[in-house]
Write a protein of this length. Structure first.
Length: 381
């Protein structure tokens, strides 16, 4: 059972609380009601977001890493080598905190290791060019006893959709085929299951996520977007009857002081950089401009809140379409497979039954579910 479901938020349709975004949107459409995403409001709304903590961001990152190390028997960092997971890794290193395992995952076995094009189609080539080289560097320089595990997720993804015609009923919150397993990481590594059977608490540290800042009527606000969390917010999809702990390093309700500090650091930065891409989150423009804006956003905000020293080797833009995305084209281009048909039938059902107001039709293909924003937290002027 997922022991941390209470941390990932829930959707409220009328008085009904629903974990799955898909089921919430279907319910809202059926009953003609609105959807509200409640993300730890019981904790975050009690904080004074207008007062900047005196500690530095590095001190607050260190505090979070120590808390995880003390609470869990075995710490696994899910590592791409990008901004978020890179900062987590460097925080553990700088504070001499043990990491038991670096875990690198993604559908990569169809990719040629010699690929050098840094485009969205070859997003997971980062495993060869960034994740593995950085993990080996970290092992050699800092953690000689650390375990490095690299797992291809392609076959698991195929199996899940071949075996589950009614995959919506698994409680999925995400239409991206590559995310269904994220609530059940033991399916990727049986060693974790064996450790859990012996009573060990295994922590999966996930780099969720960079802060979102809005500027409204000259006031700055911190807010959260549901999209980074929805791969984790379901219960297990398998019948494994063991606890699982997926920890968001940044957005967990224990991290209020860290989040407030990030907000104030960004606010100061924005006041000095009025043309910043950080605040430009309305990308209703051409695909090429969207891709450029999203890339700049990740780069600029990463530089703002993280003190990165690891080399950033592989930089590919994020996908523009979260359903028919370029790096999962191996899945959806072969329309004759059972796994594709099961997935596509589920999509057809969703798009036939979800109210069009809840869909994002921006990219002229099969749509996606609109992102849900949390309530706003006032950082002041």
């Amino acid at each position: 059972m997922n022991q941390l479901l209470h941390k990932y938020g829930f959707y409220k349709v009328g008085e009904e609380k629903i974990r799955s975004k898909v089921l919430a949107f279907l319910r809202a459409s059926e009953t003609n009601q609105s959807v509200h995403w409640n993300f730890n409001e019981d904790v975050f709304e009690k904080l004074n977001w207008g007062v900047e903590p005196t500690e530095s961001l590095d001190q607050l990152y260190a505090e979070r890493a120590r808390q995880l190390r003390q609470e869990y028997d075995y710490v696994v960092i899910h590592f791409s080598g990008g901004w978020d997971s890179g900062n987590i890794m460097e925080t553990f290193i700088r504070n001499n905190l043990r990491v038991d395992e670096i875990f690198i995952r993604g559908p990569y076995d169809h990719l040629n290791k010699s690929i050098v094009q840094q485009t969205t189609e070859f997003f997971y080539a980062e495993i060869f060019h960034q994740s593995m080289p950085l993990a080996n560097y970290i092992k050699e320089k800092y953690y000689p006893d650390i375990k490095i595990t690299v797992k291809d997720t392609k076959q698991l993804t195929v199996d899940l959709f071949e075996k589950n015609k009614n995959w919506i009923e698994l409680g999925s919150s995400d239409l991206n085929v590559g995310n269904l397993y994220k609530s059940d990481y033991d399916l990727l590594n049986k060693d974790w299951q064996k450790m859990a059977e012996k009573g060990k608490k295994i922590c999966h540290v996930i780099g969720v996520d960079k802060p979102r800042i809005r500027l409204i009527d000259n006031r700055y606000y911190f807010c959260f977007l549901d999209i980074p969390t929805i791969g984790m917010c379901n219960d297990r999809i398998s019948d494994i009857d063991l606890p699982i702990y997926n920890e968001m390093f940044y957005w967990s309700p224990e991290c209020g002081k860290m989040l407030i500090k990030q907000g104030h650091v960004i606010k100061k930065y924005l006041k000095q950089n009025t043309n910043s891409s950080i605040i430009k989150n309305d990308w209703n423009i051409s695909d090429a401009e969207i891709e450029d804006q999203k890339f700049k956003w990740h780069e600029e905000i990463g530089n703002c809140v993280y003190k990165r020293t690891l080399p950033h080797i592989w930089k590919t833009p994020k996908t523009l379409n979260e359903i028919h995305n370029e790096y999962l084209s191996w899945f959806w281009k072969d329309t004759n497979t059972d796994y594709f048909k099961n997935w596509n039938n589920g999509l057809d059902y969703i798009f036939q039954n979800v109210d069009k107001q809840l869909l994002d039709l921006q990219y002229n293909k099969k749509s996606k579910l609109k992102g849900c924003w949390s309530r706003l937290y006032d950082l002041g002027t």
